[in-house]
Write a protein that binds this ligand. Structure first.
Ligand SMILES: [Zn+2]
Length: 263
């Protein structure tokens, strides 16, 4: 790393130059996270259309107990970064509430809470970047569920006219969804695939947890337990989330074939 400087209205500011700048700088953004300041440079440059180096395809089932199950059998547990430190944060917030507002100690405590929030976000970002980079590198086509994460996280409480059902259970689920950042993972996969020349296909997750990938039999009874799938027609058994991921991949195949065939 080197130091460089930029001119901001009142004068020059030095910063650590973490990587060489390529292309023409179009935009400079200075931002602050807690006690740290960041400079982002937006550049414009011509690049050739990328061709994805891999040929493999994968379906991904996103869940609570298993964060991401892959159709090839890989299981990624959740990090639950938020829950691990939620208790600590609550304790810090209680202490803040007892302090004299706008006092020195109050300000310091607020700073500490902000730092904790940044740490949680960094943990989650790190986890999602590692997972999305590895997945994008190894697969030309990634099929995911069209979950409408935002919609799910809003709908639990409902409206006055139409109060939501199972509000407590759903808000717990929603918190977990947001905590693990399914939407963030989808976004990362999309832009990383675009860089490499791969594709992300979103399919409707209908019956993906009830369909047998071996014989195609669809039944609620196929899902024996949260984690176990056992087909009542042909006897095929496997991890339920991996079965869902296999079905998601198959739906993605179908969608691609439909898109390619003349109508
Ligand atoms: Zn079957």
């Amino acid at each position: 790393m080197d130091t460089a400087s930029i001119c901001l209205g009142s004068g020059a500011v030095e910063f650590w130059d973490s990587r060489p700048v390529e292309g023409t700088i179009k935009n400079v953004t200075v931002s602050r996270q807690g006690q740290h300041w960041f400079v982002s440079l937006q550049v414009e440059m011509a690049i050739a259309d990328p061709v994805h180096p891999a040929t493999a395809q994968v379906g991904i089932d996103l869940g609570i107990a298993t964060f991401a199950a892959f159709s090839d059998g890989a299981l990624h547990p959740p990090i639950n970064a938020y829950r691990r430190v939620a208790k600590k944060k609550a304790r810090m917030q209680r202490r803040l509430a007892r302090m004299v507002k706008y006092s020195c100690n109050w300000k310091k405590q607020r700073q500490r809470i902000a730092q904790l929030d940044i740490r949680i976000a960094n943990c989650r970002h790190d986890f999602l970047h590692q997972l999305s980079t590895a997945t994008s590198k190894n697969h030309a086509v990634i099929v995911v569920e069209d979950l409408q994460v935002k919609h799910m996280s809003k709908s639990a409480r409902g409206t006055v006219e139409e109060p939501g059902k199972h509000v407590a259970a759903k808000s717990g689920l929603n918190k977990a969804i947001l905590d693990q950042g399914w939407g963030m993972l989808r976004g990362m996969l999309a832009y990383k695939q675009a860089w490499r020349g791969g594709a992300v296909i979103a399919v409707h997750p209908r019956y993906t947890s009830q369909t047998c990938p071996e014989c195609g039999h669809v039944a609620k009874a196929n899902r024996v337990q949260q984690a176990l799938f056992a087909c009542v027609a042909c006897g095929y058994t496997y991890h339920a989330d991996v079965v869902a991921a296999k079905n998601i991949l198959a739906l993605g195949h179908r969608e691609r074939l439909n898109a390619c065939s003349p109508r």
